[in-house]
Design a protein around this ligand. Structure first.
Ligand SMILES: Cc1ncc(COP(=O)(O)O)c(C=O)c1O
Length: 356
């Protein structure tokens, strides 16, 4: 048997989150963002569950992820697979043709590559509305180039820089800029602006398509405005050994933890190669048998040590690093990071197990 390093994927919670987001998005369609292996939740578990909920539009990063997703979902029901980063080369353009992928375009070069590959599908034009990340500066030029290349533009999208801060002035500035650009380029085309934070911060800009990612996986995107999302991933390891140590004894690499008194330490079989941030060393907490317990010493590649003094913890007990009892958002904020990095950092050797 392999190590019981498990990420339980609660598909019932995923479905709940999808329905909740849909209900908050007026008439907009949901394009589910499932790039980076569904933010570490395993695309082949997440995509079919969302499809069953009626979702038929998905966003991944590139042609390689798109090809994988197409093999999971098949070609039926006109499922749109959008490549948020577009295509990079001629091989990607071929893949887009073969697997009916819908690339974002941000550069004229991409339109040329698609044309040379004989692409007959749809593209989205991704516009920069102020974030200054990936997006077209001259979207009208791209729109005209698509028209000339007989490539159908199925919509215009942009992305918000500060959607998780509802009062940030950039939100409205970007939305208004995007709206104006859309009116100038092609008023009749579908528009898409909002990610998870945007759906909560500024639902009045839902337009035609919303693009939630993190909220689908149950992390509240706007911490001060929780909407009742349910955590989808529960990351657990198992206690392998219990050690009794005496006062003054060190724990783990670097002997950075020294016991102040006699203690009981549990060695848990989950470490940084599984996605437990090393920054949790001597800092974080886990959930065991109904209580929170402190992480002691440095997190190792395969192990994390926890203080179980005064408990009846035993080998074989499951230890939760995040999930329903310890929110990924709380772990992330204690490390000055975001839950996205925790989810996408869960290692390949952690088994994803669907809970329906
Ligand atoms: C273009 C685009 N749309 C939507 C999303 C989803 O964002 P979130 O996970 O914050 O909902 C992302 C994520 O990075 C993105 O890059």
């Amino acid at each position: 048997m392999s190590r019981p390093a498990i990420a339980r994927i609660h598909l019932d919670h995923l479905r709940h989150n999808y329905r909740l987001l849909k209900s908050r998005s007026a008439k907009a369609k949901v394009m589910a963002v499932i790039k980076a292996n569904a933010y570490g939740h395993e695309m082949f578990l997440v995509a079919p569950a969302l499809l069953e909920e009626g979702c038929n539009s998905f966003a991944v990063t590139d042609a390689s992820e798109g090809t994988e997703l197409r093999s999971i979902l098949g070609f039926y029901k006109k499922i749109q697979i959008v490549l948020l980063s577009g295509i990079f080369d001629a091989e990607d353009a071929e893949l887009a043709c073969q697997h009916q992928l819908t690339p974002n375009v941000t550069e004229l070069r991409q339109i040329k590559l698609l044309q040379e590959a004989g692409f007959k599908g749809d593209v989205w034009i991704k516009i920069d509305s102020g974030m200054n990340r990936l997006g077209a500066d001259k979207p009208k030029k791209l729109f005209e180039a698509c028209h000339q290349a007989e490539i159908n533009v199925c919509g215009l999208m942009s992305h918000l820089a500060c959607a998780d801060e509802p009062d940030h002035p950039m939100n409205r500035q970007q939305a208004e800029r995007f709206n104006k650009l859309c009116d100038q380029i092609a008023p009749e085309l579908p528009r898409s602006l909002l990610n998870s934070g945007g759906i909560i911060s500024m639902p009045e800009y839902a337009f035609d398509v919303v693009r939630p990612g993190i909220a689908l996986y149950g992390a509240e995107p706007v911490v001060e405005r929780p909407i009742g999302l349910k955590p989808v991933m529960t990351l657990t390891g198992e206690i392998m050994q219990i050690r009794d140590i005496s006062a003054g004894a060190p724990v783990s690499y670097g002997a950075t933890f020294l016991a102040k008194q006699a203690m009981k330490i549990a060695v848990v079989g989950l470490g940084y190669a599984d996605g437990v941030p090393r920054a949790l060393s001597n800092h974080g907490q886990v959930f065991l048998n109904g209580c929170k317990q402190a992480i002691v010493g440095r997190v190792c590649m395969d192990y994390t040590m926890i203080d179980v003094t005064g408990t009846d913890a035993k080998p074989g007990d499951a230890v939760e690093f995040w999930g329903e009892n310890i929110l990924a958002n709380d772990v992330a904020s204690s490390l000055d990071t975001i839950s996205y990095t925790l989810f996408t950092g869960v290692g390949e050797r952690v088994r994803r197990k669907a809970v329906c």
